[in-house]
Design a protein. Structure first.
Lengths: 381, 567, 577
């Protein structure tokens, strides 16, 4: 173990840990911006600088390893002045429009500026250098004016998604983040996983689908499991006024951590799609007490007509009914068929998209109530 | 998955388009290859995305997985790379198995699969010399008439190399849908109750009969008189691929379908349509009107995952909470509630009709569930591997993978660490069987089917996601540039500059045809086309056939003979 | 967007061929991009194709294509790169006051076949004002001579064959005495004797000799060369590499160019000796792209040395094999920073790496690597030939050996000379520079390089060495720009900041924005639009950049800023209103 002092407090740390890790392990907070625990640290932003005794210059806590006898000041006056100044250099070229910015309230730059009482200086571009919403990607909104060049997006794409879409172009003050050879993201082989958005500390990369729909404090987050493939990713559904307005990575997700795919992160809008079935429906013939054999011909005819034309009335029309009616009809018809043809004339297709609990009940219905083992689902398909 | 991604020294991906079908797991594999230097062998006729990261890509002819695997095992045995002590201690039937493998020398394997001999040697060496090595497979292995044989042969390979029961090893099937694993675990199969308790086992029947209040015990069932209240059926039921044809044969008279769309997802769409036209009674419980709802008599609105609480079980047997985020939409109701209401109605009537022969006092006879956690308690009681997996534990943040038999059990991340379920692992001699429908003069090309990154299964959900449709808005048929030239397609679709000209092809099989835009790409080898089943106007299943694996009854989606014409 | 899938056709065969020609790996990226740029074919499409051919993400190739100043994605004609370095600026400081560069002035004077660009210091300070005509060095060139330049005239080479009074020539001894393109000439004058002698002893003996010579790195930091080599030699990992830093991009500095130009074999010998001592098998000379002339000379020299078995397999039957490659940069001051140089050599943007690990443990391709300056390598053959004792005996100063100096600006006899350590600025001006030019009075000097100290007359008598910067005067790479009363400190500092702003890599916030803002303030001040608080803000920014920049570039911007403000605070105060 390595012995060191942080702010006068003697602590021990494993060798090979950075100052930041050692400090965090002892509850000492050091502000960071470009650093994220999932990504290889780059030491770009210089927010986490600390003073190390006998060192001429400050050290970035996120990348400097601890050594024996090190004495560190994390919040000395000098450090705090430099941090505030560094923030002001960022703010000078950042739009001053938190009031309408989509990520206000969950913006790391905003939080630090608040903490350090850093304001935008009079000079600087104020975020007018790049076109707003500059990429046609349907999911990801790009506004490089808000970019502070922390490069988390570059790391996330390279290290988490391993797709290497984002990169750094030009140099010095003109440095800018680009997709591929400065093309549209999709042309740069983007898979629209949104990892870059999840890791962006500001509003430079945000989600298009819910842009302008809610501030962080206006949403409730509900942690749940993805409904697409079998990997079992977890994430938070963002809910505002009883509507799912987005999906957000949940760093504690056991399988996937912050990572999600395009369907998981952006394929949620079917939930509120206007075509959702919201009323039980039965065919008219069932309400009229007819038999299906009698109306088979009419059914075919009807299929050729507009199903929405109210003037065409057919026994095969859908009729919205109350739950009791639909359920009674279903139960009654099932019993009739069972009585007439036996339980093994009935089939049950349960669902690989439904929950365990629902599947269990289908199994119980088929076996206990009906008495058949004719139950299957689409595992084979 | 975590252990596989973090500890495997090599991966053998066969029949899995991992980066498109299980994207997040796919990125874990990419990371392992790129940052950990893990070796990756991909066996796939198509140049799928992950081949970009592969140490070696084997492009076997479709339907020749067994000669490929056997050929690799031949080389492993020839070179003495097998794990002799594992074979000795943990397995049986090695000699018989070996005799079969010896029928597949590399030259023969190469001839059948079309893979050069030296590539087979290279692959065998990578797979044998990097331990642990993980085999990863999905529908590309199972959706064949030899699906089960394919799976068993992969198990042979892993036993041969001693990669079973090891972190970073094993056979790792990737389940196609979010809760396929759970649906199987919960008895959504014709031969087993929950946790794979066979319906043919009298003790199991006894157990469930008692729990569910059917205290007359098991009884033999003949075809006409049917047990309803007084016992459970011990006759193995029909699979979905048998029920559908059963309709036209007069065997199946009603279907209760929960959240499935057979018209899109089952093979030979035309045949499915005919069957469903003829059914006496169809109840469909769905969130959207679907291709199947056209044939339904009753349509019951269920809810999406955002509106329900319960559990999903992922491909690595991890049981995780699904939590209700928003109220149910409109008059839609929880799917469990709908099912239980139907059950209650039938039971109530029947109770009256049949004199109340059911023992209502039995603990799990009834259907009055307060919520889904109430249902889970019943599952806990009747399902040994789920015995300790309660909502309460999951809500505290516990991470549980079954088997987890008791409340104090921590769950089981890796199976077969010390012993196989049946004791010793049995080597199965597996021989090659050619696919059911191969190209001929009339249908000279071969069609394989599957999904794409931006869509999912029948497309009910993803076709209603605006952004996904913007990126991938219509069915595309992958056509090799050579074939494209022969067919007279406009080759400029090859260019990365986008704005493809209309290049519509008609793909016809013995069962139907589809028309869709061609995507000219060397992802598919010459002579092969690839189509998906996400779009009703051009669903690949119009073309596929219902030849089934004799054991698993999985259709051979991956190989259909077709002809392709420019429209 | 619909169906706009990225369909990958085969890679453009021409670009693929080019990529394979340069080795087909990431390390070839810069060469490939340079060739494309030279053919005026560098654009998003060709960059994407090149990236595919080299198995890189497109953004990396694009990131490089837009990082190096000699590459251009714009439609260009033949390029005239007009030097914007401080010495060239000084030559025409009458046009001062504003931000108009010489390039701006010139671009109206050329015909349609030419494009004119500004460029940071070309390392031709002894030929100021200097121009790079495509890849040919030219100077001195006055604006009126531009037509001659376009027709092929290249100005006058500086002659260093005459020894100045007080010089002790070791590394520069053969200037004018040999034909640099003739290895036979070099051999006849004793070049490679150090190597021949060293190969008879064990590498450890060679290493010990260099260590005991006390040779300190000549790039500016003065790190003991022997100690660095010891680190590399004691690493277990192989292969180990030697890198010669010939990316001489520090304004005011051109000694390495002269050394390479006048005696390339001396450098090759020194690098080979380093390889022998460190147990390395290969070396790269990373030479700035603007030194194409010198790069070709080195390549010829390598060929000759290989033909004589002084390089290559089993050198002179010793069993030691060694290869030297020449790698051209493409215009980036930051690549003089050793880790940025390594990144660039690996085919990446020249951004400095995190340290630790340092190059001796984790250098080129992650292997142990010794990076030294041209001049450092040039000293080594003499040490091996004549012994460490001899090297130490060259001077009474605490720093052993000699140093190549440059004196520039308002002195009668500007140029390059070699002398022991411990000179004062007064000696340099008077004894070596021939005194101030007529009518000039010393006002201040920039010492060491652009990132050096500004001194006023109070520091004229301090002996200059690696440690003298603590007293306010730095040695740096050994160049001294002498400015007289006509030079405005504000405008001069503006020039320096312009350089740093253009050359900042952009990786860290303080340097990226700090240099830019400092320049903005100085622009205002220099053009009469200064306002109260400007000086204070400059001081604050200097302190921030010094304290918290990522690498030496950002940290050292503060050195000229702070020292200028210290000595000439009054003039800055005046410029505030």
């Amino acid at each position: 173990m390595i012995n060191l002092k942080i702010n006068g407090q003697s602590i021990q740390s494993e060798p090979g840990k950075t100052i930041l890790q050692a400090a965090q392990a002892h509850g000492i907070e050091i502000p960071t911006l470009c650093y994220h625990k999932d990504l290889n640290p780059t030491g770009n932003c210089r927010m986490c600088i600390v003073e190390v005794k006998d060192w001429r210059i400050m050290q970035a806590a996120c990348v400097t390893p601890v050594w024996e006898g090190m004495e560190i000041q994390t919040h000395s006056e000098k450090v705090e002045i430099d941090r505030k100044l560094t923030l002001e250099l960022m703010l000078a070229n950042h739009p001053q429009d938190c009031i309408t910015c989509d990520v206000s309230g969950e913006c790391e730059l905003q939080d630090l500026a608040y903490e350090y009482k850093a304001t935008a200086p009079e000079w600087g571009s104020k975020g007018t250098r790049y076109p707003v919403d500059s990429d046609p990607n349907p999911f990801i909104r790009v506004d490089m004016n808000r970019c502070i060049l922390c490069r988390r997006c570059v790391s996330a794409c390279a290290e988490i998604q391993v797709r290497d879409v984002w990169g750094v172009a030009k140099r010095g003050f003109d440095e800018v983040i680009v997709a591929g050879a400065n093309t549209a993201m999709l042309e740069a082989r983007c898979e629209s996983c949104g990892q870059c958005v999840a890791y962006c500390p500001t509003g430079a990369l945000s989600n298009k689908m819910n842009y302008g729909m809610a501030r962080a404090h206006q949403v409730t987050k509900v942690t749940t499991t993805c409904s697409y493939c079998g990997v079992g990713c977890q994430f938070d559904l963002l809910v505002k006024k009883n509507k799912v307005i987005g999906v957000q990575s949940n760093p504690n997700a056991p399988v996937n951590g912050m990572a999600l795919c395009v369907k998981g992160r952006y394929g949620y809008d079917y939930i509120h799609h206007p075509e959702r079935l919201t009323k039980p429906k039965v065919r008219r013939y069932l309400l009229e007490g007819k038999k299906k054999e009698e109306i088979r011909e009419q059914r075919v005819v009807n299929r050729k007509n507009s199903p929405t034309d109210p003037l065409v009335s057919s026994p095969w029309d859908w009729v919205n009914v109350e739950w009791d009616i639909a359920l009674d009809i279903a139960a009654k018809k099932f019993m009739e068929i069972r009585d007439q043809f036996g339980a093994d004339s009935m089939g049950f297709l349960t669902s690989a998209k439904c929950t365990n609990e629902e599947n269990y009940l289908m199994n119980k219905l088929a076996r206990q109530v009906i008495g058949t083992n004719n139950i299957d689902h689409c595992a084979r398909l | 998955m975590d252990d596989v991604a973090k500890e495997a020294k090599a991966f053998f991906i066969i029949g899995s388009n991992t980066t498109e079908q299980h994207p997040v797991f796919g990125t874990m594999l990419r990371r392992a290859v790129k940052f950990r230097g893990a070796k990756l062998v991909v066996a796939d006729p198509r140049k799928i995305d992950i081949t970009e990261f592969a140490t070696l890509h084997l492009r076997q002819r479709p339907g020749t997985d067994i000669p490929l695997i056997n050929g690799l095992m031949y080389i492993i045995l020839e070179k003495g790379w097998e794990d002799k002590s594992f074979i000795e201690e943990r397995t049986e039937n090695f000699d018989e198995f070996k005799a079969t493998v010896m029928q597949y020398p590399p030259e023969k394997a190469s001839e059948i699969t079309g893979i050069p001999v030296e590539k087979l040697y290279e692959a065998a060496e990578i797979l044998a010399k990097n331990s642990p090595m993980a085999v990863i497979w999905a529908m590309g292995i199972t959706q064949h008439i030899v699906g089960v044989r394919n799976v068993m042969d992969l198990a042979n390979l892993q036993m041969l190399l001693g990669n079973m029961g090891k972190a970073g090893g094993g056979v790792n099937p990737l389940r196609g849908q979010n809760n396929v694993q759970g649906a199987c675990d919960m008895g959504g199969l014709p031969n087993v109750f929950t946790a794979y308790q066979p319906v043919t086992n009298p003790e199991v029947i006894e157990k469930f009969a008692k729990a569910w209040g059917l205290d007359h015990g098991p009884q033999t069932v003949d075809d006409k008189t049917l047990s309803i209240v007084n016992g459970l059926s011990s006759k193995i039921g029909l699979t979905v691929t048998e029920m559908m044809p059963g309709i036209l044969e007069g065997k199946t008279h009603s279907l209760y379908i929960l959240g499935e769309d057979p018209v899109m997802s089952d093979p030979d769409t035309n045949h499915i349509r005919h069957s469903l036209e003829a059914i006496d009674f169809l109840v469909l419980q769905e969130i959207f009107p679907s291709e199947t709802s056209v044939y339904a008599d009753v349509l019951l609105p269920g809810v999406t995952f955002a509106e329900k609480t319960g559990t999903f079980t992922n491909t690595e047997r991890r049981v995780q909470m699904v939590r209700q985020a928003i109220p149910t939409q409109g008059d839609a109701r929880d799917d469990w509630w709908i099912t239980s209401e139907i059950a209650k109605r039938i039971l109530n009537t029947r109770m009256k009709d049949e004199g109340g022969r059911m023992n209502e006092a039995a603990q799990y006879a009834g259907w009055d569930y307060k919520d889904s956690s109430d249902i889970m308690s019943e599952i806990n009681a009747l399902t040994p591997s789920y015995g300790g997996i309660t909502h309460a534990r999951l809500e505290t943040g516990e991470r549980l993978q079954w088997p987890c038999p008791t409340l104090d059990h921590p769950g089981t991340p890796i199976l077969h660490t010390k012993q196989f379920t049946r004791g010793k692992g049995k080597f199965m001699p597996i021989d090659h069987v050619p696919p059911a429908e191969l190209p001929d003069d009339d249908y000279p090309m071969l069609l394989s089917t599957g999904r794409v990154l931006y869509h999912w299964h029948g497309g009910q959900m993803t076709r209603r996601a605006k952004g996904l449709m913007q990126v991938y808005g219509e069915a595309l048929i992958e056509v090799n540039p050579n074939d494209a030239e022969r067919l007279g397609l406009n080759p400029s679709t090859c260019l990365a500059s986008g704005q493809a000209p209309r290049n519509v092809v008609r793909v016809t099989s013995r069962r139907g045809f589809i028309e869709a835009q061609a995507w000219i790409t060397d992802r598919v080898p010459p002579g092969m086309v690839y189509a998906n089943f996400h779009f009703p106007n051009a669903s690949a299943n119009e073309l596929t056939h219902a030849s089934l694996d004799p054991v698993a009854k999985i259709p051979e989606y991956k190989i259909t003979a077709v002809k392709v014409e420019l429209v | 967007m619909t169906n706009k899938k990225i369909l990958y056709p085969p890679i453009d065969p021409e670009i693929d061929k080019l990529a394979q020609h340069h080795g087909g790996t990431r390390e070839a990226t810069l060469e490939v991009l340079k060739d494309l740029s030279a053919d005026h074919k560098l654009n998003q499409t060709t960059i994407t194709e090149a990236a595919r051919a080299l198995h890189l993400p497109a953004h990396e190739a694009y990131g490089m294509g837009t990082f190096y100043s000699m590459l251009s994605l714009e439609e260009r004609r033949k390029v005239l790169r007009v030097c914007d370095g401080p010495v060239c600026w000084l030559k025409r400081s009458t046009v001062d006051g504003g931000q108009q560069t010489m390039a701006d002035e010139w671009s109206s004077m050329v015909n349609g076949q030419w494009s004119v660009e500004r460029t940071s210091c070309l390392g031709l300070c002894d030929r100021a004002p200097a121009v790079l005509v495509e890849d040919e060095q030219a100077g001195p060139v006055e604006a009126g001579e531009i037509k001659k330049i376009c027709k092929g005239w290249r100005g006058v080479q500086t002659d260093y064959s005459k020894t100045r009074k007080g010089e002790v020539r070791v590394m520069t001894a053969l200037i004018g005495k040999i034909d640099p393109d003739s290895i036979d000439d070099a051999l006849s004058q004793g070049v490679y004797e150090g190597l021949k002698k060293a190969l008879l002893s064990e590498p450890t003996v060679v290493l010990a000799e260099v260590e005991s010579s006390g040779l300190q790195g000549r790039g500016g930091a003065g790190f003991p060369v022997g100690r660095k080599w010891r680190f590399v030699a004691s690493e277990k990992k192989t292969p180990r590499y030697i890198i010669c830093n010939a990316d001489e991009s520090e304004p005011l500095i051109f000694k390495d160019r002269v050394l390479m130009d006048t005696n390339p074999h001396q450098l090759l010998e020194g690098i080979t000796l380093a390889g022998y001592a460190c147990g390395a098998s290969e070396a790269w000379i990373y030479i700035r792209g603007e030194y194409e002339y010198q790069a070709r000379r080195l390549e010829r020299a390598i060929e000759q040395a290989e033909a004589k078995n002084l390089l290559g397999e089993n050198i002179l039957g010793s069993g030691f094999s060694f290869k030297i490659h020449v790698h051209r940069g493409a215009g980036a001051y930051i690549c003089g920073e050793e880790t940025a140089l390594i990144e660039s050599l690996e085919g990446k943007r020249g951004e400095p790496r995190l340290r630790p690990p340092y190059p001796p443990t984790y250098g080129f391709r992650g292997q142990p690597t010794a990076v030294n300056n041209v001049e450092s390598f040039c000293a080594v053959p003499h040490i091996l030939k004549n012994g460490a004792e001899w090297w130490r005996s060259l001077t009474d100063d605490s720093t052993p050996g000699t140093k190549v100096y440059m004196v520039l600006g308002h002195v009668k006899n500007p140029g390059l000379f070699e002398a022991p350590f411990g000179l004062t600025l007064r000696q340099i001006i008077k004894d070596f520079g021939g005194g101030m030019t007529k009518g000039s009075k010393f006002k201040f000097a920039l010492c060491g390089g652009a990132a050096g100290t500004i001194v006023d007359k109070s520091l004229l008598d301090i002996p200059i060495g690696f440690a003298s910067s603590q007293k306010g005067i730095s040695l740096g790479a050994g160049s001294f720009l002498i400015c007289d009363q006509t030079v405005s400190p504000v405008s001069f500092l503006r020039e320096l900041l312009h350089f740093f702003t253009v050359e900042s890599c952009g990786k860290c916030t303080p340097c990226r924005v700090g240099t830019w803002r400092s320049l903005e303030i100085l622009n205002h001040m220099a053009s009469g639009q200064g306002k109260q608080g400007d000086t204070e803000e400059l001081k604050t920014l200097a302190a921030l950049m010094q304290d918290s920049s990522f690498c030496g570039l950002g940290q050292s911007v503060s050195i000229p800023m702070k020292s200028m403000l210290t000595h000439f605070g009054a003039e800055f105060a005046k410029a505030e209103r």
